[in-house]
Design a protein around this ligand. Structure first.
Ligand SMILES: Cc1cc2nc3c(=O)[nH]c(=O)nc-3n(C[C@H](O)[C@H](O)[C@H](O)COP(=O)(O)O)c2cc1C
Length: 183
């Protein structure tokens, strides 16, 4: 089945390691006939959730007026979401976390409307070499996916990449492409 995929990136480094992961995944997904939409959170005006509990009280999911409004149509039409980002302090980069917090309008107690998203993928890279560094974020991702009713379609974590482009020395781009083809 042809799918519509939302790829949320989190790095401010265009062409950096996680950006390459995202692009490899997208290339794989497109080669399998899927549609993919890359949304680069680091270059957007995205605020956190205000906990105002006014979700859906206007003509949009969130009452705030910022670039989340551009994302809403994709959240309400895509079949799958991919999080592609660098590990920042064992967690999501802040801009990407702001998007996840704003999903409150759909899946938190503020959300009266369901998302169309039913599947998810995590693609992360980091400089460290201890796989345990990913333990917190993988747990958060798995619990969030479970909470939102998403089927986890794969986690790819890449260690030991710091400078932009270092990911090319690993097999991660091939793996990300395969994950895109397999979705
Ligand atoms: C603010 C910040 C926090 C970071 N935190 C971590 C971390 O907790 N663990 C780690 O191994 N690397 C950490 N890194 C390194 C990045 O994850 C690593 O350089 C990654 O390859 C950057 O990916 P990018 O090219 O997609 O931006 C951090 C980098 C920055 C700028």
């Amino acid at each position: 089945m042809k799918k519509k995929i939302l790829v949320l990136t989190g790095s401010p480094r265009k062409g950096g390691n996680s950006d390459m992961l995202a692009d490899a995944f997208i290339a794989g997904a497109k080669s399998a006939g899927h549609e993919a939409y890359k949304f680069e959170t680091a270059f957007m005006d995205l605020h956190g959730c205000n906990a105002c509990n006014t979700c859906w009280s206007t003509d949009t999911a969130c009452s705030q007026k910022d670039d989340f409004n551009k994302l809403e149509p994709l959240v309400e039409s895509c079949d799958a979401v991919v999080f592609a980002a660098p590990l920042y302090w064992f967690a999501f980069p802040a801009q990407l976390k702001n998007v996840i917090d704003r999903f409150y309008a759909y899946g938190g107690t503020g959300g009266p409307r369901p998302m169309t998203i039913k599947e998810s993928v995590l693609l992360f890279c980091s400089h460290g070499t201890d796989e345990q560094g990913y333990a917190p974020i993988v747990k958060i991702y798995e619990m969030s996916a479970n909470y939102l009713g998403w089927k986890n379609r794969g986690v790819l974590t890449v260690n030991g990449v710091g400078k932009p482009g270092e990911i090319q020395k690993t097999d991660a781009l091939e793996k990300a492409g395969q994950m895109g083809r397999d979705l």
